[in-house]
Write a protein that binds this ligand. Sequence first.
Ligand SMILES: *[C@@H]1O[C@H](CO)[C@@H](O)[C@H](O)[C@H]1NC(C)=O
Ligand SMILES: *[C@@H]1O[C@H](CO)[C@@H](O)[C@H](O)[C@H]1NC(C)=O
Ligand SMILES: [Cu+2]
Length: 156
Amino acid sequence: MASAPPTRLAFLAISMVLLSSVAMAADFVVGGDQGWKLDFDYEEWAQDKVFRVGDNLLFNYDNTKHNVVKVNGTQFQNCSFTPENEILSNGKDTITLKTEGKKWYICGKPTHCADHQMKLTINVQAEAPAPAPSSAHSLMASLSGVLIFAIAAIFA
Ligand SMILES: *[C@@H]1O[C@H](CO)[C@@H](O)[C@H](O)[C@H]1NC(C)=O
Ligand SMILES: *[C@@H]1O[C@H](CO)[C@@H](O)[C@H](O)[C@H]1NC(C)=O
Ligand SMILES: [Cu+2]
C-alpha cells in the first residue's frame, strides 16, 4: 500500500488536534454567494444552519439599493420599522450575535421586504460548550503525542 509522505501525515495530525480543541465562532454570509438581494429565499437559506451566541452574520449587498434594519417580530411580519430601529447601510455589515433567541432583519427599502422576500429571521442558540477545563493540558499532551508520532513517521 502506498503511503502519504510522512511530513504531510504529521501536518495533518497536528492540524486535526488543533482544530478539535478550539471551539470557534462561525461566520455566516447571509445568502452565501448571492448575498443580500431581491427575491432570494432567506428562510430556506437559514433553515439548515445552527446560529450560536458569538457567531457573526455578514450582510453583503449593494448599498445604493439595499440596507439592513434590525426589527422585532411584529415589525418583521408587517415589514415595517420606525426611526428608532437600527439601520445598517455599509454594504458589508457584520452583526455579532450577542444573545440567544429570535432575531429579525429586513431590508428597509420600499417593497423589498414585503414583495421581494428581503427578510431574514434566525433563532440564536446558546454558545457551543467550551472545551474541557483541562484543555490546555490535554492540548499539550496531544501535541507531544503527535510530535512523537511525527518524528517516528519521518524516520520510518
Ligand atoms: C415592535 O416595535 C414596535 C415599534 O417600536 C412596537 O410598537 C411593538 O410593540 C414591538 N413589538 C414587539 C413584539 O416587541
Ligand atoms: C404595519 O405597517 C403599516 C404600514 O407600513 C404601518 O402603518 C403600521 O404602523 C405597521 N404596524 C406595526 C405594528 O408595525
Ligand atoms: Cu433591499
